[in-house]
Design a protein around this ligand. Structure first.
Ligand code: MIG
Length: 820
């Protein structure tokens, strides 16, 4: 066999890959024998040994060893396997079939190659017959057949186009400021992807933390490959049939995002850096006097004493507790940055205690690793060591006592200014749960274990409150610990365009809580670019503006009065939609299905969705088509199957079709899926400013039916986990000549303060003859509705809209609208 051109041995990686220059790629040969040990099938093809098992229904696992022994089974990502899956084996002449539930592995015996089939025996995926599973020294690679109609999504944080067909990518968390649409790898790597066609889809999670490569047909248009420079070839094959089924199974394996505090869904303001205290207070008060809603303000690295983590610069911030308390009284939550590098300084308590705890990384010979970051020469905690994580967690006690509510972990790729490849030396040893392995294996999980230590520490210090942690670097499963942002982008339209495929692929890679630096980090956006970016921010789970140290002020009021008004209304839109957004977060935290999804995720049967990286779905009922071009006042939108109401005009379109719609500067085009009920509220200056006096439920019927839900809890504690939550589920149907709306109060013991429900029913062509709620005939109001209170209905003929207001009784309520 000819030696394949291998994508892995690149540049400085020669330094970290231990492959000898003279080694040859070898591929797995013929199956010599097989055996079954409990629910695992062992395949011998000396010197290779493969193990096949099932981690859950529709989730097969394949492992390779070429050394005669397997590495200890210790994943940082996988937290749940159900190995009790029943396996059947059929031994044929040419094939060995391993069957479990809906998945069949057909193993070709000579040479040993694996193919996956669904329960109807449709081929889902198979090894390339020539190269199949190969290895070369410590490197491994799996080559798979790439059918013409298959498209690829996921892969974590990637700035390239939405569909990764024809693209090569690597996984190695990297600090790359001012990245472009071809920069790879970036900060956060998740080696999990989907293969999607019009008839089936599957997922592959390559759980390997070494420098990994994915070549999706760039080298050979009929073959794709994935592999790593070390560690085991160890992957999970996940059956669909739909992308959502794959993500649900992946979420079973790696866990879901915990519910964040509600305030973290509000607007957040950041820059490098707000200081001194006077400037922080000034920014906060500008938000309030200008009536621009905001929930959080960030302190970047200048709050610290010489960039020493867990300290304050006492001249810039003489009384942090007081400042944070005053800000809190105005509804601001204060978030601080914390980097991993700890300054080598014997007068610095964190350094001393880290030394005492033996918490820092060392070379194999015991010397401490030293690298330069902001504070100068630093040591770096070993977050793979449970003891060091506990130590790290305890360091937050001062900050939590001061009242800091959120923690922003940066530079955790890790980024080291003077390290080889701008990171930690590859020889450095990590505890790795007692396995004592080198940095090559631990690099990609460094950020993940850092945010784990942060989250667990803050949680231990403040057990009653959901932590908010934001990270730049992460790995598969890191959604359990932290939200993520996409690092140092620039203030350009290209960067705004990149924001979509980045956030969408990250979201469906299991990380739903994502966002970009609104306005761009580096440079200065025009008023138009900032306004458009902020509009997109309404529909990114994390809505945060940020600015680089050398860039001018970029707050929402910095672009003139007209833009200030536009930006205020944009942020207000976010706050109005918070009930819908919060409910969508809750769904994601249970199922793993993210708020932001590419169209192909929900409509894989329609090839027109495969490359749609300029619009997306948000929650169950919204399609967003942000304006991404300068000077545009209209844009083309592809609407997939179903009915779609233009949010701004209420025009109803029936998909699949393309439409061109108006998109004036102050409006982000978005559509409501016909058949949805969207919960919303009046805007506030910050979350929980006032108790909710009216919950709006806007009904967008599809043939007189609709359904939707509103989820609530106290927004901050863990009591929802023991039942203190409230779901209001709304079901609208036609019964004879009446429209019936049933409001179900399902499970949960949480009771919001007393309030009104305001049902707004769209698409009503005529005034009803009566509206009856729980047997009471409601009175009709004509003219402007009375302020706030009372039970009544009114009909607006110009808008084809019926409004019904009634008291929320937190039990099953029924509204009947008679007459067309
Ligand atoms: O080397 O803390 O991506 O958001 O403002 C730059 C300063 C370090 C990089 C982060 C950015 C942050 C900045 N940090």
């Amino acid at each position: 066999m000819s030696r394949p051109v291998f994508p892995l041995c690149l540049g400085f990686l020669l330094l970290i890959a231990r492959t000898g220059a003279d080694s040859q790629w070898q591929t797995v040969g013929a199956l010599a024998s097989w055996s079954q040990k409990e629910n695992e099938i062992i395949l011998e093809a000396p010197p290779a040994e493969l193990r096949v098992s099932f981690a859950g229904p529709g989730v097969a696992r394949v492992r390779l060893s070429t050394t005669g022994h397997f590495q200890p089974d210790s994943s940082w990502a996988v937290i749940h396997r159900s190995p009790d899956q029943k396996i059947r084996v059929r031994d044929g002449e040419k094939f060995l079939s391993v069957i479990s539930g809906e998945l069949t592995l057909e193993i070709n015996k000579s040479p040993l190659r694996i193919a996956f089939f669904d329960s109807a025996h449709h081929l889902l995926n198979r090894d390339d017959s020539l190269r199949g599973i190969s290895w070369c020294g410590e490197e491994t690679c799996n080559w798979k057949v790439m059918p013409a109609g298959e498209h690829y999504y996921g892969f974590g944080e990637k700035s390239t186009a939405l569909d990764k067909r024809g693209i090569a990518m690597s996984m190695w968390n990297s600090d790359i400021p001012a990245y472009s649409a071809s920069t790879d790898p970036l900060y956060e790597d998740i080696p999990f992807f989907y293969g999607v066609t019009g008839t089936y889809s599957y997922g592959i999670f390559f759980d390997n933390t070494y420098y990994a490569s994915f070549n999706m047909g760039k080298e050979d248009p009929d073959v794709y490959s994935f592999g790593a420079t070390g560690g085991e070839l160890n992957y999970y094959f996940i059956s669909g049939p739909q992308p959502a089924d794959i993500l649900a199974k992946y979420s079973q394996l790696t866990g879901t995002m915990p519910m964040p505090p509600e305030w973290a869904l509000g607007y957040q303001q950041c820059r490098w850096s707000y200081y001194p205290e006077k400037r922080v207070r000034e920014i906060a008060s500008l938000f309030r006097t200008k009536r621009i809603p905001c929930d959080a303000i960030y302190l970047d690295i200048h709050y610290m004493d010489g960039y020493r983590c867990f300290t304050w610069d006492s001249s810039r911030f003489p009384d942090p507790g007081r400042m944070i308390g005053d800000l809190a009284n105005e509804g601001f939550k204060t978030i601080v940055i914390i980097d991993p590098g700890i300054k080598i300084d014997s007068s610095y308590w964190v350094f001393r205690s880290g030394m005492k705890e033996n918490a820092f990384l060392r070379y194999p010979d015991g010397r401490l690793f030293t690298g330069q970051v902001w504070p100068g020469d630093c040591h770096f905690p070993d977050f793979t060591d449970a003891k060091a994580r506990t130590w790290w967690g305890s360091l937050f006690s001062g900050l939590t006592r001061d009242g800091i509510r959120g923690f922003w972990n940066d530079m955790n790729e890790p980024s080291v200014f003077n390290g080889p490849g701008k990171t930690i030396n590859p020889e450095v040893i990590h505890n790795d749960r007692g396995l004592f392995t080198d940095h090559r294996k631990n690099h990609n999980i460094y950020g993940m274990q850092m945010v784990r230590a942060t989250r667990e520490g803050v949680l231990a210090l403040r057990p009653g409150e959901r932590p908010f942690v934001l990270t730049r670097a992460n790995y598969a499963g890191g959604q359990r610990y932290s939200a993520a942002w996409t690092g140092d982008n620039s203030s350009t339209w290209t960067d705004l365009q990149m924001a979509l495929p980045m956030c969408l692929n990250l979201s469906i890679s299991g990380q739903p809580f994502v966002g970009t630096d609104i306005g761009g980090f580096i440079g200065m956006p025009s008023g138009e670019l900032y306004a458009r970016w902020l509009e997109l921010g309404v529909f990114t789970p994390l809505m945060r503006s940020h600015a680089e140290i050398n860039s001018p002020n970029k707050e929402p009021w910095e672009y003139g009065k007209d833009f200030e008004g536009i930006n205020r209304r944009t942020i207000e839109l976010r706050y109005k939609l918070l009930p819908y957004i919060y409910s969508s977060f809750r769904e994601a935290s249970v199922t793993g299905i993210p708020m932001m999804r590419p169209l192909v995720f929900d409509y894989p049967a329609d090839p027109r969705t495969y490359h749609r990286g300029d619009e997306f779905l948000f929650g169950k009922g919204i399609l967003v088509a942000p304006v991404l071009q300068p000077g545009a006042a209209r844009r083309d939108v592809f609407l997939p199957e179903g009915g779609w109401y233009d949010y701004w005009s209420d025009s109803l379109y029936s998909g699949p079709r393309s439409v061109t719609i108006d998109a004036p500067l102050d409006r982000i085009p978005f559509f409501i899926r016909a058949g949805s009920v969207i919960p919303s509220r009046r805007a506030e200056q910050y979350t929980s400013e006032k108790p909710l006096d009216t919950l709006f439920l806007t009904v967008y019927p599809r043939h007189d039916t609709a359904e939707g839900a509103n989820y609530e809890d106290d927004g901050i504690s863990f009591k929802y986990q023991t039942g203190e939550y409230a779901w209001r589920k709304i079901l609208v149907t036609r019964v004879g000549s009446s429209l019936r709306c049933i409001l179900n109060a399902q499970a949960g013991t949480y009771r919001p303060p007393s309030r009104y429900l305001c049902l707004v029913i769209k698409g009503r062509k005529a005034e009803p003859s009566s509206v009856v709620a729980d047997g009471r005939r409601l009175r009709e109001i004509t003219g402007p509705p009375p302020a706030g209170t009372g039970e009544w209905w009114s009909y607006d003929q110009t808008k084809n809209e019926l409004t019904v207001t009634l008291r929320d009784e937190f039990r099953r309520q029924e509204i009947s609208v008679t007459g067309r």
